[in-house]
Design a protein around this ligand. Structure first.
Ligand SMILES: [Zn+2]
Length: 397
């Protein structure tokens, strides 16, 4: 069995949208009160009850509170119970050493609530474009049905994003992994927003115009009077642009990783953890192009997140098709010649150009790096493959 989640945009009237916002608020409040209870009142609770605060004890108290507070009772109890479950899980992770101490949920960050499938109606497909589903206490919710769900729905999440409300269905389905004998590829994720393949192809995330616009509006916001309506407006505008850029990046990541996963069997990537530890392997550790990240215009943390997601998507898509992702140490991939193996800082003429001082091999610097990444991930022994055919095969494929 495999798990998958699809997200759809909700189209609802103002009344429903306001109700979504209230539900998120109540769910957040329940979570934060329950967290406060576990943090501050567990001794008192133990003295009175003789046992620790747990999911069942908090769920019982929730029922009692709902009987007394109508605006908590108006929102679906399932969503509130799910919040208590989340908190229970968060403490479980904390005590097992898998995660830090649970933090309170925040408005505009944690605007979501979840409902188990047993409490929702079936998905009714209205036509090629629209579908609806019935949620407890909310009623019918209409959403843009962009792709079908072929499996058993586990739960749904309603979530607010900068461009509106969405519904996420997570579901299970059966899948048999096929055999995969597609060729291998090395992939170099740049410290600018581009990706290079060992086949010589290059592609870049198409968001630079939006990123520039986002920066402009942030500057506008910072110039306007602090906490004024006009400043808030500029901030909202900037946030919407950032969200549009994020959607565009995600779309590109999906399209690109799907294409790669269908075409290749083994994808070799640099291990980003090592790359980040060596404080930008391309910049400081190996010198050339020190300020590339600034020049790229795309914020470093956004870029890191984008490349991490690229890897996540590629990994599960390849896995689905019987392929695999191999990760290698990224050090020296950008200053080593992929033809003769000579390692020299001088091999890098500039950020874009690679020219080997020993054998004269010339290539785009990122493509040269991608070939090195492929070699590092696939060669049985260093020397025999370096002169050998894997690159030629890739070029031909
Ligand atoms: Zn060389």
């Amino acid at each position: 069995m495999r798990n998958r989640a699809h997200k759809y945009r909700i189209y609802a009237d103002q009344q429903t949208v306001d109700f979504f916002a209230r539900c998120c608020g109540v769910v957040r409040l329940v979570y934060n009160i329950a967290l406060e209870q576990r943090s501050s009142f567990w001794r008192q609770f133990k003295r009175a009850e003789g046992r620790n605060i747990s999911y069942p004890s908090q769920a019982r108290e929730l029922t009692a509170i709902r009987a007394e507070v109508p605006w908590i009772a108006e929102c679906p109890i399932d969503a509130q119970q799910q919040a208590l479950r989340d908190l229970n899980q968060a403490f479980g992770n904390f005590f097992a050493g898998r995660a830090g101490y649970p933090k309170p949920r925040r408005k505009f960050v944690n605007d979501a609530f979840r409902i188990p499938s047993s409490r929702i109606g079936p998905i009714e497909v209205l036509n090629g474009k629209w579908a609806r589903v019935r949620l407890p206490k909310i009623g019918d919710v209409k959403f843009r049905y962009t792709r079908p769900i072929r499996g058993k729905v586990g739960n749904i999440t309603v979530v607010r994003e900068a461009n509106g409300w969405h519904i996420i269905f997570s579901y299970e389905f059966e899948h048999e992994t096929p055999a995969n004998d597609n060729p291998s590829v090395g992939i170099d994720r740049g410290i600018v927003n581009n990706v290079a393949l060992s086949t010589g192809e290059m592609s870049s995330m198409p968001t630079s115009d939006l990123d520039e616009l986002h920066k402009q509006w942030q500057r506008v916001a910072s110039r306007r009077k602090s906490r004024s309506k006009r400043q808030a407006k500029a901030k909202r505008h900037a946030a919407r642009i950032a969200a549009r850029a994020a959607r565009k990046r995600l779309h590109w990541q999906h399209v690109t990783t799907t294409r790669f996963a269908r075409r290749f069997g083994t994808a070799v990537l640099e291990d980003l953890k090592i790359r980040n530890m060596s404080a930008s392997a391309r910049g400081t550790a190996e010198d050339p192009g020190r300020d590339v990240a600034q020049k790229a215009g795309l914020n470093r943390s956004i870029l890191a997140a984008a490349w991490f997601r690229f890897e996540t998507l590629l990994t599960y898509k390849l896995d689905f098709l019987g392929g695999t992702v191999v990760k290698v140490d990224p050090r020296y991939t950008s200053v080593t010649c992929s033809e003769c193996g000579s390692r020299d800082k001088g091999n890098r003429e500039n950020q874009a150009k690679f020219l080997c001082l020993s054998c004269g091999h010339a290539d785009h610097a990122d493509v040269n790096a991608a070939v090195n990444i492929l070699l590092a991930g696939t060669r049985p022994s260093a020397a025999s493959e370096r002169s050998g055919g894997s690159r030629v095969l890739e070029r031909a494929a």
